[in-house]
Write a protein that binds this ligand. Structure first.
Ligand code: BGC
Length: 459
């Protein structure tokens, strides 16, 4: 099943344009860490207001991801990505021009709504337009864009710190948002979604743009066959066919966050200062290093996902996270350790982020774009994304208090224990989806196969 160069090339462009949604996700979640110091001073914020300003984006994302699902099933993937671009522009402009803190918080909630919608409609759209053999790579372009967005936000924060220009930090997000919105106008709608709405001619035309002619009829037939088995009702979510997929999606969503990744992404300089880094600028520099490791290892994962499969990378990555979390925790328990081996916390943080980037980071977003039936894919993905954003918010709000309550060592050990549960969960329940068509994956659940017993989907 070879694609000719032309069509593969176009599908890569389609994926890259929509992955700007991921770039905005990363940039807009990361940018607050550089901006908050100046916002806090300019508006003389008290602690509660400062926390609210930081977490507003997550509150927005929880809201956006829950509404986005039904919308993308109803109005199409492309239109909803365009809607998210519009929301990003509004939010970025609003936060950059805000007269007071209330409007700033409202603006950040709006940005968050954009992030919540884009976070899953982007992988959803890419997954539905990709050829099976390169779906892992193309969907992970979105995760790569998230990591690039995070690094760019750190660098912009650093570059604009001297001029204290936090408004510009927010305003810059307008640029990729406009490119995303305009770019998507010229992209084809997902042929799978079009077929699910009985728009056969349009689906065929869309598919012709992204596949070689010989493949079009066959792929359409497969999708139509699979659609016959689906009703598209909410209640489908709880049928024996869809429930196991929902358990996998929501389970991975929660584990992706409560294993602590964003304590590092949002608080790396703080963690490094805990670990004995005296100078703030060295801690910030090490943070950029963490971001770069995250980015580079995501590229490695991109190239491996379609070769070695999703499960091995997930399980290896989780194991690396467990090891590094226990080393980091131990370094805090035995201060002598981090004194004589000052590099230990930094190396374990890097190992932790690298392990996340090879497995749980990309695999979660990829799997939820693959394992649900077409007619309720948007809805089911939005439930999993919502669980992800809700858990993200929970960790962001509890991390510093947890450290005060049980200490640094136990906090990281706790994340380590949670990750042990994640590895057991993945080993038992997560199916292998490499190289299978989305319809084959659906029929796997329909046949009632227990992924734990038969992990390789549909030989
Ligand atoms: C997660 C984000 C995280 C990012 C880090 C994503 O997969 O959902 O919460 O900040 O990876 O690269």
């Amino acid at each position: 099943m070879k694609n000719n160069g032309k069509n593969s090339g176009f599908v890569i462009i389609v994926a890259a344009i929509s992955a700007l949604g991921g770039l905005l996700f990363g940039y807009d979640t990361g940018v607050i860490s550089g901006a908050i110091i100046f916002i806090q001073k300019d508006f003389a914020l008290r602690a509660v207001m400062e926390e609210l300003t930081v977490s507003a984006v997550l509150i927005g994302a929880v809201t956006g991801s829950i509404f986005g699902g039904t919308l993308s099933d109803r109005f199409g993937r492309r239109r909803i990505i365009i809607l998210s671009a519009l929301i990003f522009v509004l939010g970025a402009a609003g936060t950059a021009l805000t007269p007071n803190i209330t409007w700033l918080i409202v603006g950040r909630i709006v940005v968050g709504i954009g992030i919540g919608i884009a976070s899953f409609t982007t992988p959803l759209y890419i997954s539905e337009v990709s050829p099976d053999r390169m779906r892992g790579r193309l969907v992970t372009l979105n995760q790569l864009a998230i990591t690039v967005g995070i690094v760019v936000s750190y660098l912009v924060g650093y570059a604009l710190a001297a001029s204290r220009n936090w408004r510009m930090m927010f305003a810059l997000a307008v640029v990729p948002a406009i490119i995303l919105g305009i770019g998507m106008i010229f992209m084809p709608e997902s042929p799978r979604w079009l077929l699910s709405r009985n728009q056969t001619d349009k689906a065929e035309a869309a598919l012709k743009k992204i596949r070689v002619p010989a493949q079009v009829k066959k792929e359409m037939q497969g999708i139509l066959e699979s659609l016959k088995e689906q009703t598209g009702k909410w209640s489908d979510l709880f049928t024996p066919t869809v429930k196991p997929a929902l358990v996998v999606g929501v389970g991975l969503a929660v584990f992706q966050q409560i294993s602590g990744i964003n304590t590092v992404i949002y608080y790396a300089p703080t963690i490094l200062q805990f670990a004995g880094f005296k100078s703030a600028s060295a801690a910030i520099l090490a943070t950029v290093g963490v971001g770069v490791v995250n980015m580079i290892v995501t590229v490695v994962s991109m190239f491996l996902l379609d070769k070695s499969g999703r499960r091995p990378l997930l399980i290896i990555g989780l194991t690396g996270m467990i090891i590094s979390l226990f080393i980091l925790g131990t370094a805090f328990f035995i201060p002598a350790l981090s004194h004589s081996y000052g590099w230990l916390p930094v190396v374990s943080l890097m190992l932790y982020v690298a392990s996340f980037a090879i497995g749980l980071g990309p695999v979660f977003w990829l799997l939820i774009s693959e394992i649900f039936p077409l007619k309720i894919r948007g809805l089911a993905m939005s439930i999993a994304s919502d669980a992800n954003w809700g858990s993200n918010l929970l960790v962001a709000l509890t991390f510093l208090s947890l450290i005060q309550l049980v200490g640094k060592g136990w906090t990281f050990w706790l994340y380590g224990i949670i990750t042990i549960l994640a590895v057991l969960f993945s080993f038992k329940l997560v199916p292998e989806t490499k190289g299978r068509s989305l319809e084959e994956i659906e029929s796997h659940w329909r046949e009632g196969k227990q992924p734990g017993k038969r992990r390789q989907i549909h030989e």
